[in-house]
Design a binder for this molecule. Structure first.
Ligand SMILES: NC(=O)C1=CN([C@@H]2O[C@H](COP(=O)(O)OP(=O)(O)OC[C@H]3O[C@@H](n4cnc5c(N)ncnc54)[C@H](O)[C@@H]3O)[C@@H](O)[C@H]2O)C=CC1
Ligand SMILES: O=C(O)C(=O)COP(=O)(O)O
Length: 524
């Protein structure tokens, strides 16, 4: 049973897939209302109101995933989530159209002074001369941040006959040309535009992007819009430029501190405001809630997510292709870690054959998570495996090779420890399953599953019988047994799969048989 805390308002219809699952209990409450139950939750669904801080994460030791039903994750401490092994996902495109439409509605309202005229008429006035506006047609629109929302705003602006200039340091010329916009420097956008709208995330670089210095570079009489994040337009600087009449008006949906409360910006007649409504449409809310609900469900069922902020992105199609290798790699990591129960410095994973053409980053992370699991007390998974490995001084790398060891695909693992290098090769054979085909330098063929017993011994007649006798005498049934050797009479190994975990004293009895160099229990 998984418990999900939904701490911000969310579309009921969008949450339906979660409600249908018998494995899931949903609690819809603010964080402050469930302070004493926070440790119970496996997943947390939020919009922009809940602040997912390190402090909150510490109170939620069972938390595995945070789903942001929307775009901006600036209310989530993603680094802290990564450290805690918590996946953060968002719904990147579910509210794009709504926010672009809201921006456009705000733009039209701003230049035609619709909110002010509305209030006037509602006050029983009829003052047509007080509300003379401007046309959008033919005006220069500057868009700062040309991602999903910025480009949808541009499409609408072009339909209105506006000239669109965009600034986005990560925008390619080809994409800009496709959308019929001019790519500019920031200074050009500032100097050219009659109206400027920002559509970037809030980052160190964009915080205060439209501050005193850059606002001074804009045309006198410029209109400004912010339907992205409070703080991209510096509120103090904006006040100053409204006071001196340089800025003709501003339309704001977002603020440095929300809820806004009593703010000096509200005293300006030419500032129009909405309470962070960009994504507040039935359609957008259904989209984003359904998107995160589906992803969280997938995740809790053990499948990877497609719109993770702190994991490599993986589409369903790609996951379907890597799934078997993802599992095989994790098992290889778990096995190697137990076998090499000594400090290790380096792990190298080599991919050969069909697996080499896939998204190996994810497979390597899975292997690393498997490797670290037996040796790390805190949660370790694909999210924080790389970080934890680094913290523990373990370097890791990927290589590609043509040597498939005779199989269609082959994952080779080399672990460098103090005074020992361990190697293992695994393959996935459709309809047959995961197989380990080389273990510690020996060719072998076993399934990496269940309770395993590894024995390295001298290749002598009677060894199998002796091992079988000890296990039988202790009521341990052998399910399968694989043997391998380097040469006749040399070193040999057995890998046994047992029906139950081996007790420590039985292991010791085995070691005492003689001619056994190593005997290790391995659990996968
Ligand atoms: N008001 C509301 O309710 C909503 C607000 N938003 C906000 O709108 C913003 C944009 O969202 P999307 O378009 O979906 O994001 P996106 O990720 O598709 O686009 C953001 C764009 O900003 C660009 N960018 C990043 N740093 C920049 C910089 N220093 N200067 C110029 N451009 C830069 C990126 O290259 C990217 O193209 C986000 O802040 C998001 O949180 C999103 C949805 C609803
Ligand atoms: O998606 C975003 O970035 C938004 O700003 C929407 O915020 P909300 O979910 O409406 O609190």
């Amino acid at each position: 049973m998984f418990r999900i805390l939904v701490s911000d308002s969310m579309s009921e219809e969008g949450l339906a897939p979660l409600r249908k699952s018998e494995q899931i209990e949903i609690v819809q409450k603010k964080v402050t209302e469930v302070e004493d139950r926070l440790h119970e939750f496996d997943a947390l669904l939020v919009r922009s109101a809940t602040k997912v801080t390190e402090e909150l994460l510490e109170k939620m030791p069972n938390l595995k995933i945070v789903g942001r039903a929307g775009v901006g994750v600036d209310n989530i401490d993603v680094d802290a989530a990564t450290r805690h092994g918590v996946v953060v996902i968002n719904a990147p495109n579910g509210n794009t159209i709504s926010t672009a439409e809201h921006t456009f509605a705000m733009m039209a309202a701003l230049v035609r002074r619709i909110p002010q005229a509305h209030i006037s008429v509602k006050s029983r006035e009829w003052n047509r001369n007080a509300f003379v506006g401007n046309e959008l047609y033919g005006k220069h629109l500057g868009i700062i941040g040309f991602g999903r929302i910025g480009s949808e705003v541009a499409k609408r602006a072009r339909a209105f006959g506006m000239k669109v200039h965009v600034y986005d340091p990560f925008l390619t010329k080809e994409r800009a040309e496709k959308l019929g916009v001019t790519v500019c420097t920031l200074d050009e956008v500032l100097a050219l535009s009659d109206i400027i709208t920002v559509h970037t995330p809030l980052t160190k670089e964009t915080k205060g992007l439209l501050g005193e210095k850059n606002l001074a570079k804009t045309k006198k009489g410029v209109y400004l819009l912010n339907c992205a994040r409070g703080g991209i337009i510096d509120e103090k600087a904006l006040l100053q430029f409204l006071e001196n009449g340089h800025v003709a008006g501003a339309a704001l949906d977002v603020f440095e501190k929300e809820p806004l409360g009593d703010h000096p910006l509200l005293s300006f007649d030419n500032v129009i405001v909405t309470p962070h409504l960009g994504a507040s449409t039935v359609e957008a809310q259904l989209n984003v809630a359904a998107q995160v609900a589906e992803e969280v469900l997938q995740f809790l069922e053990g499948k990877p997510v497609t719109s993770s902020i702190n994991l490599p992105t993986l589409s369903k199609e790609v996951y379907a292709k890597i799934q078997s290798f993802y599992t095989l790699a994790k098992k290889m990591g778990i096995l190697a870690s137990q076998f090499m129960n000594i400090p290790v410095q380096e792990i190298t994973v080599t991919y050969a054959g069909t697996v080499a053409d896939l998204e190996t980053t994810y497979i390597t992370r899975s292997l690393l998570a498997g490797f670290l699991k037996p040796r790390v007390a805190s949660t370790v998974n694909e999210v924080n495996a790389a970080m934890i490995a680094k913290e523990r001084g373990i370097t890791f790398g990927e290589k590609f090779s043509d040597d498939t060891y005779g199989y269609a695909n082959c994952i080779s693992l080399t672990v460098y420890g103090e005074n020992k290098v361990f190697t293992m090769k695994g393959t996935h054979i459709p309809t047959y399953g995961d197989r380990i085909v080389q273990f510690d330098g020996f060719s072998i063929d076993f399934a990496p599953e269940g309770h395993l017993l590894y024995i390295q011994h001298h290749d002598k007649p009677g060894m199998i019988g002796k091992v079988g006798n000890v296990l039988g005498a202790h009521d341990v049934n052998i399910a399968t047994m694989q043997v391998g050797r380097q040469q006749a009479g040399g070193k040999a190994i057995m890998m046994l799969s047992l029906d139950k975990p081996l007790e420590e004293d039985v292991l010791q009895t085995l070691i005492n048989i003689g001619d056994i160099e190593t005997a290790k229990k391995l659990e996968v």
